[in-house]
Design a protein around this ligand. Structure first.
Ligand SMILES: Cc1ncc(COP(=O)(O)O)c(C=O)c1O
Length: 380
C-alpha cells in the first residue's frame, strides 16, 4: 500500500494538518467498522441481554490474545484496562509500601504517572528520585545505576518520553533492576506501535499503556502487563489474590468488547503495512528530513535526540524568543497545524508526531509556517 492509499483509510487526516498522534492518534475506517460491528452484534442481532456478558468477555479475549502476540507477551500476562492510569492504579495500589521507600522516575514523566507516584509520596511517605534524561542510553543506564540503593522499591519510567520522544534503554534498566531485586513499572504510551516492544524480552515486571496513541486504537482502551513472576507479588484491588493465577485478576471492570475489537483492527492495519519495524523506519526517515529542514531555519533549536539508538518519530523543537505555548497556538490557529506544546523540557517548544500516515508535504507546510514565526520572534 502506498502512502496515498494508506491515507484514504484515515478520514481524520482531512481536518487540517494532524501532527499529534502522540496525543491522540486517528482511528482508521477499519477500527471504526470493527467497533460498530461489535455493538451492532449486541443491539441489532437480537442477542438476548442475558448472553451479553459472556459474549463480551469472549470477544474481548480474542483481542487480548492478539494484543499479547503483538506485544511479545503471553495472554495470561495481560489485563485489559481502560487507560494507562488504570494500570498504574492497579500496580501502585496493589503493592505494600513503607515510609522511606524510594521510587525512581525520569525527569520527563507525563503528569499522569508523575502524579500517581506523587500521590503515593503523600499517602505513604515514599520518596521520588529523578534520573535526568540524556540522549545517550549508556548515560541513562549509568545515572539510573547511581541512584539505586537498598531503599529503592521500584523503578517507574516512560519507555519513550512524552515531551521529546526519547527511547529510554528499558531492557538494560530492567536488567539492572532484576540484579537488585527491584521491580519495574513502565509507561508505554509513546512506545507501543512507535518502536518494537517485546515485553517478555524486555524483562519488566509491569507495563501499562493505552491503545489510542501510536497504535491508533479507540479511546477507552489500554492494557496492563504483569509478568508471571510479578503475579506472585501484586495483589489485585478488586479480587482475591491468586499468585501466578493470570493477569485477568487485575482487571477492574468489564471490557467494552467492541472497543477492543477496534484495537484488534488497529493491530491488523499495522501488520498489513509491514509491522512496527517498517513503521518505525519510515517515521524516523521522515523525522530526520524534518529535523534537517528545521536546522536550516535561523532561531530554531531541535531538542529531540538524533541518535539512532534513542530517536523516534517524535520531533520536538523550539524557536528562540518564543514561548512554546505561543508557538503551539500560532501553529494551530493560523495554519491549522495540530501538534502539542512542550512544557517539561527547556526550552519550551512544540512536539511534532511524525506517524506512518504523515505526508512529507505536511511537514514542508510546517517548516514554512515555522520560518514565518521565527522571523516574527526576531530571528534572522
Ligand atoms: C506518556 C503518557 N503517559 C500517560 C498518559 C495518560 O494516559 P491515559 O489517558 O491512558 O491514562 C499520557 C496521555 O497523554 C501520556 O502521554
Amino acid at each position: 500500500m502506498n502512502l496515498a492509499e494508506i491515507r484514504t483509510h484515515y478520514p481524520g487526516l482531512q481536518d487540517g494538518i494532524q501532527l499529534n498522534t502522540g496525543g491522540v492518534g486517528l482511528p482508521s475506517l477499519e477500527v471504526r467498522e470493527a467497533i460498530d460491528a461489535g455493538f451492532n452484534r449486541l443491539y441489532e442481532e437480537h442477542v438476548p441481554p442475558i448472553e451479553w456478558h459472556s459474549l463480551m468477555c469472549q470477544s474481548a479475549d480474542v483481542a487480548r490474545e492478539k494484543m499479547a502476540a503483538f506485544l511479545g507477551a503471553e495472554k495470561e500476562e495481560l489485563a485489559l484496562t481502560v487507560s494507562t492510569a488504570d494500570g498504574y492504579a492497579a500496580v501502585i495500589g496493589g503493592l505494600d509500601w513503607e515510609s522511606g521507600d524510594e521510587i525512581v522516575i525520569t525527569s520527563e514523566e507525563h503528569p499522569m504517572p508523575h502524579q500517581a507516584v506523587l500521590g503515593l509520596e503523600e499517602r505513604e511517605g515514599v520518596f521520588l528520585k529523578e534520573v535526568e534524561i540524556d540522549h545517550d542510553p549508556a548515560v541513562m543506564v549509568e545515572r539510573t545505576e547511581q541512584i539505586l540503593n537498598d531503599r529503592t522499591k521500584m523503578i517507574c519510567m516512560s519507555h519513550v518520553t512524552t515531551d521529546t520522544g526519547l527511547v529510554v534503554p528499558a531492557e538494560a534498566i530492567c536488567q539492572l533492576a532484576r540484579e537488585r531485586g527491584i521491580p519495574t513499572l513502565w509507561d508505554g504510551c509513546h512506545a507501543i506501535a512507535q518502536i518494537p516492544v517485546n515485553l517478555n524480552e524486555m524483562g519488566c515486571d509491569y507495563y501499562a499503556s493505552n491503545c489510542y496513541k501510536w497504535l491508533l486504537g479507540p479511546l477507552g482502551t489500554g492494557f496492563l502487563y504483569v509478568s508471571q513472576e510479578a503475579q506472585k507479588h501484586l495483589k489485585p484491588l478488586v479480587h482475591p489474590h491468586k499468585p501466578g493465577g493470570g493477569a485477568a485478576q487485575y482487571r477492574m471492570s468489564n471490557p467494552a468488547h467492541a472497543l477492543y475489537a477496534g484495537v484488534g483492527a488497529a493491530i491488523d492495519f499495522i501488520e498489513s503495512i509491514g509491522g512496527v519495524e517498517a513503521v518505525q523506519k519510515e517515521c524516523v526517515r521522515k523525522s530526520d528530513l524534518l529535523k534537517n529542514n528545521l536546522d536550516a531555519v535561523p532561531g530554531v533549536v531541535v531538542v529531540s535526540s538524533r541518535r539512532p539508538d534513542s530517536q523516534t518519530g517524535t520531533v520536538t523543537f523550539a524557536i528562540k524568543g518564543m514561548d512554546g505555548k505561543d508557538l503551539d497556538h500560532a501553529l494551530r490557529n493560523r495554519w491549522q497545524i495540530v501538534q502539542r506544546g512542550t512544557y517539561m523540557t527547556e526550552p519550551t517548544g512544540v512536539r511534532i508526531s511524525v506517524a506512518f500516515y504523515t505526508d512529507e508535504e505536511e511537514l514542508d507546510a510546517l517548516v514554512e509556517a515555522v520560518k514565518v514565526l521565527a522571523i516574527e520572534a526576531g530571528n534572522g
